[in-house]
Design a protein around this ligand. Structure first.
Ligand SMILES: [Zn+2]
Length: 444
């Protein structure tokens, strides 16, 4: 307990905030009612809109083009008047998002690339960063983790391992966080063996990482040691497939807690102890699930995730769609927390690709779930406008008939005039970022 308090104090010193207070805040806010959330969001919106209009060249023009004045947007409901801002707008006009008074907000520079394959840069203010950190700690707490006492094994690429480059601040950061980092760019049997023994000897009982990379460890452990008991495993940054969850729960002998996170737009959602849909972290942003006209969908309907970050005054994200799809749920979770709930869908909008016959192939249109019992990994690659290949790493021997079925399925989705092939491969290449992409176009 003492180490945990010291850790929080040191972090506060590093970031210039009372981190303990932020953690206390998010522990309370998780039990707020819908009315409290509405009040909290509506209290922040006018100032955010005024700031963006007065100081962000991009938003000034965006509002002017839409014929909107700051006084038109006072509540969450009013946000629907604002046309959706897309990732391509951020890529093209990134510098104009930044406000001319951004210096007042102590900004940190960030990059995102990952699963969409469209890298872009943005800035986050330190308060948003600290609030996100507190929310991450709360997610860990839901899994039984005690900050400062428990150790966390982090298996990921650069984005989850900020302490990888050794400066004294980063070393301190890893020390106070009790992180053991397991980089994934060079994974061999020797390295996995080393990770296994470190986790075991140091009594690390919590893991965090991308589903596909934690799976590599799980499979290695399964083959060579059987199991490696953990208390909880936290997955993030890519779609967690049912098959992966099943294998990891068996090997690590614990429950998985999946999370959705989007740094550009400050959107976060996490799985609770009930392991149902994800709870939206409403503290840092307003998350709306909208139809193609930008209107909120109804309970149980699918739509695009649209975010309005509540604190990022130096680099506003208002009505920003990072390119992710989700199903909205109004079901009240049995855990008693009354936040919005979502189920994030496979793939990403940005992963769609256009075929020679004019059809857009969407990752969502392909029944990936159907494959999870027989295919370990898969990837769809558009080799040319008129050529698509499905690469599969089978779980066990896959019959010629089944491969023909998969080919027919893909042909059906691609439509006429597209040459489709299915190839069985031993593994799917890991991109340098460490995040696997399911759908890749080589021509865009
Ligand atoms: Zn819950």
């Amino acid at each position: 307990m003492i180490k945990s308090k010291l850790a929080l104090f040191l972090l506060g010193k590093k970031e210039g905030f009372d981190m303990g207070k932020l953690v206390k805040f998010v522990r309370q806010s998780q039990y707020w009612t819908k009315e409290q959330w509405a009040e909290y969001h509506n209290a922040r919106i006018p100032a955010l809109i005024e700031q963006a209009y007065a100081h962000s060249p991009f938003y000034k023009q965006w509002f002017d083009t839409a014929g909107l004045k700051p006084e038109d947007i006072r509540t969450v409901e009013d946000l629907e008047k604002i046309p959706i801002v897309r990732k391509k707008d951020l890529i093209t006009h990134g510098a104009e998002f930044r406000t001319d008074n951004a210096g007042e907000y102590a900004m940190i520079h960030h990059h995102t690339g990952g699963t969409t394959g469209t890298p872009c840069a943005y800035d986050m203010d330190r308060y948003s960063w600290a609030l996100n950190w507190a929310l991450k700690m709360r997610t860990f707490e839901w899994g039984g983790f005690t900050y400062g006492d428990d150790k966390l094994g982090v298996m990921a690429g650069g984005s989850l391992n900020p302490g990888k480059n050794a400066g004294w601040k980063n070393k301190l950061w890893r020390y106070v966080n009790n992180y053991y980092s397991m980089p994934i760019t060079q994974m061999t049997d020797e390295i996995l063996e080393e990770y296994y023994w470190h986790l075991k000897k140091k009594n690390v009982r919590f893991l965090r990482g991308y589903p596909s990379t934690l799976m590599v460890l799980a499979e290695y452990v399964h083959e060579h040691h059987g199991t490696l008991p953990m208390k909880a495993v936290f997955t993030t940054a890519e779609m967690l497939l049912p098959h992966q969850r099943k294998v990891m729960e068996e090997v690590f002998e614990c429950k998985l807690f999946d999370t959705y996170g989007c740094g550009d737009g400050m959107g976060h959602a996490t799985e609770c102890e009930e392991h149902g849909e994800l709870h939206v972290c409403e503290e840092c942003s307003v998350m709306q699930i909208v139809d193609k006209d930008g209107k909120e969908v109804h309970d149980g309907e699918e739509g695009e995730i649209v975010l309005t970050a509540l604190y990022n005054f130096g680099f506003p994200f208002i009505r920003y769609a990072p390119g992710d799809m989700a199903v909205k749920s109004e079901k009240k979770c049995a855990c008693g927390r009354d936040t919005k709930m979502i189920r994030v869908l496979n793939g990403r909008v940005a992963d769609n690709f256009k075929l020679a016959n004019g059809k857009i192939l969407s990752a969502f249109s392909l029944p990936f779930e159907e494959l999870t019992d027989e295919v370990k990994q898969f990837q769809i690659v558009q080799e040319a406008r008129e050529r698509v290949e499905l690469r599969v790493v089978p779980l066990k021997k896959i019959s010629e008939n089944r491969l023909a079925d998969l080919k027919a399925l893909l042909e059906y989705h691609c439509g006429e005039g597209i040459e489709v092939s299915v190839k069985v491969v031993e593994q799917i290449e890991m991109p340098h970022s460490g995040k696997r992409r399911y759908v890749i176009s080589k021509i865009q």
